[in-house]
Design a protein around this ligand. Structure first.
Ligand code: SAH
Length: 226
């Protein structure tokens, strides 16, 4: 069982993504447990603020260390975390290999930043790993956390059925996935490749491998050298 705790100031932003399809089923099957924690519930401040002006001046608020520390203390009293992850554009770039690694863990906490980000001391003293979902800046860490969690959860053993096995997805073996087709066989005179209708499993496998290789060479030749 993989347990993921998510720390956020905007819990509502995270409600939708986990309540559908594969992520929903993973939780129903009790293969994964996702818990969202509102950092605002851990302030001692009477205005319940979680952010403040930055030292040295300049525009943009910074998330304060104390509520995050309180929230983490509360969580750590219940579990031992293998990773406490901060979503941040200057972290290591998420890829399938990182998702594979994290899918084998039992307890992960993920901190979502907002505004200018979090007080640097949070990163220094509490965070064990920093992950970015790409070289662009979003307004908060919630969508990145949802992306990370989706990429991890579908790799947890038992979450995907054999037919949808992640083994055949792009990047899993440093190759892109081959093209796929479904009914009808002919649409507007556009035909599905004959081989896929042939019933020859071995030829089909070979065709898929060749298509995957062609596509990888053309679109992402760098993957083949990794
Ligand atoms: N000032 C920061 C960006 C803050 S964006 C900087 O320039 O690096 C606000 C929050 O959104 C961040 O704390 C982070 O949690 C999240 N975020 C934004 N872009 C992200 C990305 N590409 N990957 C992961 N998290 C991101």
């Amino acid at each position: 069982m993989l347990h993921i705790d998510i720390l956020t100031v905007l819990p509502d932003l995270l409600k939708g993504p986990f309540d559908h399809s594969i992520l929903k089923r993973a939780q129903q099957k009790q293969l994964v447990e996702l818990e969202i924690h509102n950092i605002r519930d851990f302030t001692t401040d009477k205005h319940k603020s979680t952010d403040d002006y930055q030292f040295g001046g300049g525009a943009g608020m910074v998330m304060m260390i104390e509520p995050i520390d309180n929230c983490l203390k509360h969580l750590k009293s219940k579990r031992i975390y293998e990773e406490v992850i901060y979503m941040t554009p200057d972290g290591e770039r998420l890829n399938q290999q990182i998702a594979n690694q994290l899918s084998m863990k039992s307890n992960i906490a993920i901190l979502c930043g907002h505004y200018k980000g979090v007080d640097e001391r949070v990163r220094q003293y509490f965070i064990t790993r920093e992950i970015s979902i790409g070289d662009y800046v979003l307004s908060g860490g919630e969508l990145p956390a949802a992306v990370l969690i989706d990429s991890i959860v579908r790799l947890v053993p038992g979450v995907l059925s054999d037919e949808t096995s992640a083994l055949f997805d792009s990047f899993q073996d440093n190759m892109l996935a081959p093209p796929v087709y479904t009914r009808p066989e002919i649409y507007n005179e556009w035909k599905v490749p004959d081989i896929l209708l042939s019933g020859h499993f071995k030829n089909i496998e070979e065709w898929r491998h060749n298509e995957a290789m062609e596509r990888t060479k053309k679109r992402r030749p760098g993957l083949l050298n990794d």
